[in-house]
Design a protein around this ligand. Structure first.
Ligand SMILES: C[S@@+](CC[C@H](N)C(=O)[O-])C[C@H]1O[C@@H](n2cnc3c(N)ncnc32)[C@H](O)[C@@H]1O
Length: 343
């Protein structure tokens, strides 16, 4: 299954018989990252046979895109939608009612007709804003080692604010990055620059059975990462060894300082042998580091499937993803070409 489709008057009835049409609305904070949101949804929904609709309905509504979801897997959909990072509201297009009514706050200038078929528009699911708030770095409970090496409970831990120190990754980016790594097909995930634990926390939220491993050079964050359910080690990502272990994915937000770039490349070289042959790497770096990192990862045999700049409240960063597998990238290529043309 290629995971995307262009709908015509000829194939539409076949799909409407077997699939529900779900519209995804981008979160306001990531309204400019539609391509990345589609990538995230595509990978998360691949676990239940979701299909991206290239020429879906409601094309005039900003920040919206649509997927087919097999009717027989709808029972699993809300669980996945609660864990999506870049979209927070989801709508059902009902093609089986006689009416053609909009029961949502979405504003469309067009009639609710797609390829000659009428539909009604309903709110399907909205993420719990209070849960999102509770998971956000400024509210989340964490544990650190204080100056006397005692464990201290803190809320809203944001690190020391230095260029190389810990930063709190927004929950939407952490979720999106974990989803891009394909967690529903994974058993072991590693964050080698884990800091205040944004990725570890969301990885456990997205899939509680995932074995999450983490590394940070700073011992201060160690109790918090264990508290989030990670098998944590204090160490240098460019030196640490995991004898006998193979990870499905490495997901990480690296230190943004250009002075750290060499150490990041060394860390990737060091960890590559512990990544499965079909494993994925998902990384957020500073914009000024990204090209060098991307170039290096290609030079060690990785194939890129995401390279997306994000404006993180005035900090220019890039989210990137690579896979080790030739076969996987070939399978994905058609979809990547389609997403490239989304505007
Ligand atoms: C951008 S922060 C990660 C923030 C984290 N994603 C969060 O949500 O809080 C980068 C982390 O890398 C750690 N670090 C820097 N150099 C390292 C190295 N060589 N090995 C392991 N960790 C390192 C820093 O201590 C810092 O906590």
């Amino acid at each position: 299954m290629k995971g995307y489709i262009a709908i015509t008057g000829k194939n539409i009835d076949h799909y409407l018989d077997q699939y529900a049409v779900i519209a995804f609305e981008l979160r306001n904070s990531r309204i400019k990252a539609k391509r990345l949101a589609i990538m995230e949804a595509y990978i998360a929904l691949s676990s239940i046979g979701g299909i991206f609709i290239r020429n879906g309905p409601l094309g005039d509504v900003k920040g919206l895109f649509t997927f087919f979801v097999p009717v027989e897997h709808l029972d699993k959909l809300k669980h996945l939608l609660a864990r999506i990072g870049y979209c927070d509201r989801f709508y059902l297009l009902d093609f089986h009612s006689d009416q053609s009514e909009n029961h949502t706050e979405l504003v469309t200038i067009n009639e609710l007709i797609w390829k000659g078929r009428r539909f009604s528009l309903h709110k399907y699911y909205e993420q719990d804003a209070s849960l999102y708030e509770k998971q956000s770095p400024h509210k989340r409970k964490f544990k650190i080692l204080d100056e006397n090496d005692e464990v201290k409970v803190v809320h809203g831990y944001r690190g020391d604010g230095s260029e190389t120190g810990r930063r709190a990754l927004p929950a939407e980016d952490a979720r999106c990055m974990v989803n891009l790594s394909n967690p529903y097909r994974a058993a072991k995930l590693l964050d080698p620059f884990s800091g205040g634990g944004g990725i570890v926390y969301q990885a456990k939220y997205i899939k509680s059975s995932l074995n999450v491993y983490s590394v940070d050079i700073d011992p201060v964050v160690s109790p918090g990462l264990k508290f989030y359910g990670s098998e944590h080690r204090v160490g240098d990502a460019s030196q640490i060894q995991f004898p006998g272990k193979k990870f499905d994915a490495i997901v990480t937000e690296v230190p943004f300082s250009p002075n750290s770039t060499e150490a990041i490349l060394e860390a990737m070289d060091n960890l590559n042998p512990f990544l499965k042959d079909d494993g994925n790497i998902v990384m957020m770096s500073g914009a000024d580091q990204a090209e060098k990192i991307d170039h290096h990862l290609h030079s060690i045999g990785m194939h890129g499937y995401v390279y997306h700049p994000i404006d993180r409240k005035g900090t220019d960063v890039v989210i990137m993803a690579w896979t080790k597998s030739d076969e996987k990238i070939k399978r994905m290529q058609g979809f990547l070409d389609v997403v490239e043309r989304v505007y």
